[in-house]
Design a protein around this ligand. Sequence first.
Ligand code: AMP
Length: 113
Amino acid sequence: MVNMSNTSIFTRIINREIPAKIFHETNQVIVIADIRPKDAVHLLIIPKAEYKNFYETPPEVMSMLDETVKLVAKKLGIEGHFRLQVNNGYGQEVDHVHIHFLSDRGAERLEWL
Ligand code: AMP
């Protein structure tokens, strides 16, 4: 589907214009299930402010994302067993910065989603 608005698909999820499976949310960040999961756990950690890429994202937002990664890992009980990915231009489909959080463990704690 072509996005005719200026906002990213993630902003439209944040604004509840389109549905998503939401695992965690604060005023600053949302964590959703990736619609095309590449592992048993595949979450997207997305700042609510729409920075286009890694370079545009201020350090304080990166720090908040870092804290969110650790919180998500704790909630899933997999602090020692996960993988992160940030696509910056290369492989980047959505121009709204986000961290992919992947693991082959912890999926049982997502079953309620
Ligand atoms: P990237 O290629 O790093 O920009 O990743 C974008 C990710 O967003 C991909 O893994 C997509 O599967 C995922 N995605 C796209 N649309 C949605 C959506 N509506 N809900 C959840 N995830 C989505």
